[in-house]
Design a protein around this ligand. Structure first.
Ligand SMILES: C[S@@+](CC[C@H](N)C(=O)[O-])C[C@H]1O[C@@H](n2cnc3c(N)ncnc32)[C@H](O)[C@@H]1O
Length: 392
């Protein structure tokens, strides 16, 4: 494990997602028709950084990734503009941030860096001026649940084209017991909406009800088509925070699910390593399995078969209810939005259903040698419920 993240496995997971997603997004957009990409970091830090070059901070990770992608695109003969906007409230942290990031301001090579000392909520005008008509990825990484009141940052949330990654501090909210205190309760209004306590779904456990309400507010604030959650667990196996991702794009959805899978796999591995290190330090005995090169099972991989089974049931229900063939391209996005699976899983589900004779393998018709469906392929039940009487 990278020593800078020792004891900070959740930060490692958060930075993994930011880095990989930004890499995928920037590569796709800058190699395509997009002219300008803007990365907005609303809570930049540095915060608990353990490196002298800030390589374990969101701002330096973003600069590194964006410069690298921009350079590769330039080598392919295209000049694209990249902009970064960093916000930090704390004076001492801001001084460090500014000194580190402004070294990368390089207008001659179309790389622009802006920094703002103050509150994220107060930076909205300045941010939007820089964002203009560009694609904006905004990263919101607070230390608590205030500082990004949705009604104050709505123009950033709603900007199109754009997406938002947010670190939702699960524990802060759920650990909280003094909700009856009107002052404290009101401090949640900015992210849960006014009168939120009365709008909680009483049929759900409190944590889930708060999360559901938050997801609604986040979705409505940005007008997002898809809102995804990635839980990042603590060593003690209690959920520590969630990365929340909002997008209006099917491509973004598919890319995020890929990155999320790698992140959870990587994080599962890190957690296992960290747990083993703690255990070894406690007992003084090396883990026999580790010594034999056997790793504990990876949590996300264990979850995938069951998630795919549920997604398959969902798909069959959709096909039965609709009674009509559906484009694969209209089916996989809701599947990925509901279930934590990747587009490749959705394809395999269809291939398996075709092998079992439940749907037609429309992608193999005519001269096609394709083994899996493409977006335009029709997914259709072999025997419709009306003909069979009892469905599939
Ligand atoms: C969790 S840290 C950010 C870590 C950083 N994003 C990273 O991943 O390396 C949150 C930062 O936000 C700053 N901060 C707190 N409230 C803020 C606000 N309202 N506006 C802007 N920055 C704020 C804190 O001083 C702190 O440096």
């Amino acid at each position: 494990m990278n020593a800078a993240y020792q004891g900070r496995e959740q930060t490692a997971a958060k930075h993994f997602i930011l880095k990989r997603y930004l890499q995928a997004l920037a590569s796709k957009l800058l190699q395509g028709h997009l002219g300008t990409l803007t990365y907005v970091d609303g809570f930049s830090g540095p915060w608990e950084s353990k490196t002298s070059d800030y390589s374990d901070t969101s701002f330096m990770i973003a600069i590194g990734v964006l410069k690298d992608v921009q350079q590769r695109v330039r080598e392919g003969g295209r000049r694209k503009r990249v902009q970064c906007f960093f916000v930090e409230q704390d004076a001492a942290a801001y001084a460090q941030l500014r000194a580190a990031v402004m070294q990368h301001h390089d207008p001659a090579n179309d790389f622009f860096v802006h920094s703002y000392h103050g509150r994220f909520e107060d930076a909205v005008d300045a941010i939007m001026k820089v964002v203009g008509r560009s694609f904006a990825l905004t990263f919101i990484d607070p230390t608590g649940w205030t500082g990004y009141e949705f009604h104050e940052i709505e123009r950033i949330m709603r900007h199109q084209p754009g997406e938002v990654l947010l670190n939702y501090m699960f524990d802060f909210i759920n650990r909280f017991t003094a909700w009856d205190d009107p002052k404290i309760s009101a401090s949640f209004d900015g992210i849960l909406g006014q009168n939120w306590a009365a709008r909680l779904d009483r049929s759900l456990p409190r944590e889930e009800a708060v999360q559901a309400l938050f997801a609604d507010e986040f979705r409505n604030s940005g007008g997002f088509r898809y809102v995804l959650w990635t839980p990042i667990e603590k060593l003690a196996d209690r959920t520590h925070f969630c990365i929340v991702y909002g997008t209006r794009s099917d491509d973004g959805l598919a890319t995020y699910r890929d990155v999320e899978f790698s992140a959870l796999k990587d994080h599962g591995m890190r957690r296992s390593e960290a747990k083993r290190a703690v255990e070894e330090a406690r007992t003084g005995v090396a883990d026999m399995f580790a010594a034999a090169g056997i790793l504990p099972p990876l949590p996300i991989e264990n979850q995938v078969p069951e998630l795919c089974r549920q997604a398959r049931e969902w798909l069959l229900d959709e096909l039965r209810e609709g009674g009509e063939p559906r484009r694969f391209g209209d089916l996989w996005p809701p599947m990925l939005a509901i279930f934590r699976i990747r587009k490749t899983n959705a394809k395999v589900i269809c291939v398996d259903l075709a092998k079992e004779g439940i749907i037609h393998a429309s992608w193999r018709g005519g001269a096609s040698q394709r083994r899996t469906p493409d977006d335009g392929d029709l997914i259709e039940l072999v025997v419709t419920p009306s003909l069979s009487g009892d469905g599939v």
